[in-house]
Design a protein around this ligand. Structure first.
Ligand code: 13P
Length: 284
C-alpha cells in the first residue's frame, strides 16, 4: 500500500464516501492519523498547510510525513494544503509530496488560472496531482490571511477546471476554516450544480464543526475530499490537558502520547462519518 498519488485516491470516491484529508503538524499527529487509518482499513491523506510552516518547517516535517505514509499499511497520499508560493510548492514536490494545492483564490480569476496552470505543469514533472481553489472559503488556515466567504460560481468553476486541468477543485459553499462562531449555511444547491457541470473531484475545506448530516449531504452531492485541521489540533490539545489534570507529574512522553491519541480519536471519528471503514480494499 503506502505512498500513493492523491488523484488515485479520489478517483474511487463515489457518493457513498469521501476521502479524509487530515492536517498534521508533527510526527505524533502523523502517527495518530496512521493508526486510525490502519484500524479503519481506510485510505488517508496527510497534509500540512503553508500557513502552519512557521511551527513545522517543511524541510523537517515533510520527510517525516512521507516516511509515515510509506510505513502506513493503507494507501496514503501526502499533500501540501493551501500552497501560496511557487517556492513552497516546488519544495514540497522536491521532497516527494504526491500532491500539492495551489491556492490562488485571492487573485482575480485570470491570474488564478494562469498561476495554477504553472503549478500543474510543475507538478506534472513529478507525477504529482494538483488541487486548485475558486471562490473564497472563509476563515484562516494558520498564518493565511482571514477571508470572507465568496460562494463559488458555476461558470467560474467550469472555466477554471477546463483551463487549468487540476485534479481536484476546492469549492466555497459556505464553510470556513477554524471553529464556527455561528452555524454555517451550506449551499448544497450550488455544490450540486457545480458537480453536474464539471467532472473534477470537488474538495470541502473547513470541515471542523460540521455535523455528520452536513458531511453526508456534501459527499452525497459531489464532495470527494474533506479537509479536517482544527478538530485534530483541538482534540490533541484537550488530551494533553486531560493527562496533566489527571497526573500533574506527567512527563514529556505522556504528552507526546496524548497528541498521538487526540489525533487518532478525531481522525477515526471523522473516517467513520465519511464512510471510509474498509474502503482501502478498493485500492488493492
Ligand atoms: P478546519 O480547520 O476548519 O477543519 O479546516 C481544515 C481545512 O480546510 C484545511 O485546509
Amino acid at each position: 500500500m503506502s505512498l500513493v498519488n492523491m488523484k488515485e485516491l479520489l478517483a474511487k470516491s463515489d457518493s457513498s464516501f469521501a476521502v479524509g484529508a487530515f492536517n498534521v503538524s508533527d510526527m505524533e499527529m502523523a502517527m495518530g492519523a496512521i493508526k486510525a487509518a490502519e484500524e479503519m482499513e481506510a485510505p488517508l491523506i496527510l497534509q500540512i498547510a503553508e500557513g502552519r510552516l512557521r511551527y513545522s518547517p517543511l524541510e523537517l516535517l515533510g520527510p517525516i510525513m512521507i516516511a509515515a505514509a510509506r510505513q502506513c499499511k493503507m494507501p496514503t497520499a501526502v499533500h501540501l494544503d493551501h500552497g501560496r508560493t511557487f517556492e513552497t510548492v516546488r519544495l514540497a514536490l522536491t521532497l516527494g509530496f504526491t500532491s500539492v494545492m495551489f491556492d490562488g483564490s485571492h487573485y482575480p480569476l485570470e491570474e488564478n488560472i494562469e498561476k495554477t496552470k504553472e503549478v500543474v505543469a510543475m507538478a506534472d514533472k513529478f507525477g504529482a496531482s494538483v488541487e486548485g481553489e475558486i471562490g473564497s472559503i472563509g476563515g484562516a488556515e494558520g498564518d493565511m490571511a482571514s477571508a470572507d466567504i465568496k460562494v463559488t460560481s458555476v461558470a467560474e468553476a467550469r472555466r477554471f477546471a477546463e483551463e487549468t486541468k487540476v485534479d481536484a477543485l476546492a469549492v466555497a459553499i459556505g464553510t470556513a476554516h477554524g471553529n464556527y462562531k455561528e452555524t454555517p449555511h451550506l449551499r448544497i444547491d450550488r455544490l450540486k450544480e457545480i458537480h453536474e457541470a464539471i467532472g473534477t473531484p470537488l474538495v470541502l475545506h473547513g470541515g471542523t464543526g460540521l455535523t455528520a448530516e452536513d458531511f453526508r449531504n456534501c459527499l452525497e452531492n459531489g464532495i470527494t475530499k474533506i479537509n479536517i485541521a482544527t478538530a485534530s489540533y483541538d482534540s490533541s490539545a484537550a488530551k494533553i490537558k486531560e493527562v496533566y489534570k489527571a497526573k500533574p507529574e506527567a512527563n514529556y512522553f505522556d504528552f507526546s502520547e496524548a497528541i498521538c491519541l487526540g489525533t487518532y480519536e478525531n481522525v477515526k471519528k471523522h473516517m467513520e462519518i465519511f464512510g471510509l471503514r474498509g474502503k482501502s480494499r478498493l485500492y488493492l
